[in-house]
Design a protein around this ligand. Structure first.
Ligand SMILES: O=C1O[C@H](COP(=O)(O)O)[C@@H](O)[C@H](O)[C@H]1O
Length: 347
């Protein structure tokens, strides 16, 4: 059965979903209390998408994706900085900075941005692959679980993944799965077999290998696109960043930053507890079509100032190593997070 929507069909299918979605989300939450160990594959659902369809998944220009309302929100900094951001955005199409007065506004715009990308990718190829981090990002996704997005997003076409995970049971307080489930996934009707969590019965090396195997399967059957350089190319990564500049579980000056022969790797000496984790490698992050880097609060200001400031030093932080092969990176920041940014950020 081919689940791809016919073109122009999305709006009507979204409308059809509108009535039952609340109760579906409710029962979904109950159903998902015992999650499957890792996305279990249904042969009827995961049919290969045609190559013509996959080709269309290439990114479109930033201006055609960003709603004008969202662009006009970049107004909260002193006008010089706001203008500089505007210019930088215009002069370099693959990276942008959006600054919001409050985290509440940031969350609202992040939801709109995600919903628009969801519609675009589902229209183009019938699926939307979304990677989330742990940490404070999950709280910023809350507006996606509310009206109108709860009713209008075609959640049945979503496939979700984790950019990193701590090697702990799924019901452990440190689990990124638990964090995402409690704050996001339990509130939206994504089919459970399209939620790709790590196998928490395995050791760190085993879990990393298992996750990579699952990704390879999804690439082989066309659910996840392959990048020009052979890595999985996710439609959207929603990422946070630590106050030390780490992304995923890639920490400053750690040898894992140099891993290129793996899609998923593991760490046993994470400087931030818990020590054992698995993580996507840098080339996988850099193969994404879209990355939203979500930074809120004064605790992130120093690193944002370094990453987007004018003075580049050789000691790059992990967040500064994001350099998308063929994609667009958008920073979603609140005022506090850009408080140490010079007037003219270097984007
Ligand atoms: O340990 C982790 O930290 C980072 C950043 O978290 P935040 O709370 O400072 O935003 C997170 O992105 C990563 O997924 C997580 O494992």
């Amino acid at each position: 059965m081919n689940r791809q929507p016919k073109s122009g069909n999305l709006k009507s299918s979204a409308l059809l979903m509108a009535a039952p979605v609340s109760s579906a989300a409710l029962s979904y939450g109950i159903l998902r209390r015992q999650p499957s160990p890792i996305c279990s594959f249904s042969a009827t659902f995961f049919l290969p998408l045609s190559s013509a369809t996959l080709d269309q998944s290439r990114r479109v220009s930033l201006s055609s994706v960003w709603p004008s309302q969202l662009r006009s929100r970049r107004r909260s900094l002193p006008s010089l900085l706001a203008m500089a951001s505007e210019k930088a955005l215009a002069s370099k199409g693959d990276q942008g900075l959006l600054v919001f007065d409050t985290e509440e506004e940031l969350s609202a715009s992040l939801a709109k941005y995600t919903a628009e990308l969801s519609e675009k990718f589902i229209r183009e190829r019938g699926a939307f692959t979304v990677v989330v981090s742990g940490g404070s990002l999950i709280k910023s996704l809350r507006k996606l679980t509310e009206s109108p997005y709860l009713e209008t997003i075609d959640w049945a076409k979503w496939h979700t993944f984790w950019v990193d995970e701590r090697v702990v049971p799924k019901d452990h307080e440190d689990s990124n799965y638990k964090l995402a489930f409690d704050g996001f996934l339990s509130k939206v009707p994504i089919p459970p077999d399209q939620v790709c969590a790590i196998n928490d019965a395995l050791s760190a090396p085993g879990a990393a290998e298992d996750y990579e195997t699952a990704l390879k399967h999804l690439v082989n059957i066309g659910v996840v696109v392959k990048s020009a350089s052979g890595y999985p190319r996710f439609d959207l990564m929603l990422l946070g960043m630590g106050p030390d500049g780490h992304i995923a579980s890639l920490f400053p000056n750690h040898p894992l930053l140099n891993v290129t022969d793996k899609w998923v790797t593991f760490i046993k000496d994470s400087p931030k507890p818990p020590p054992e984790r698995i993580t996507f490698t840098l080339p996988v992050i850099n193969s994404s079509s879209y990355v939203a880097m979500v930074v809120a609060g004064a605790g992130k200001a120093g690193v944002v100032g370094k990453a987007l400031g004018n003075e580049k030093t050789a000691d790059l932080l992990p967040v500064e190593m994001i350099s998308l092969e063929d994609g667009e990176l958008t920073w979603f920041a609140d005022n506090a997070a850009v408080s140490m940014l010079p007037d003219k950020p270097s984007l």
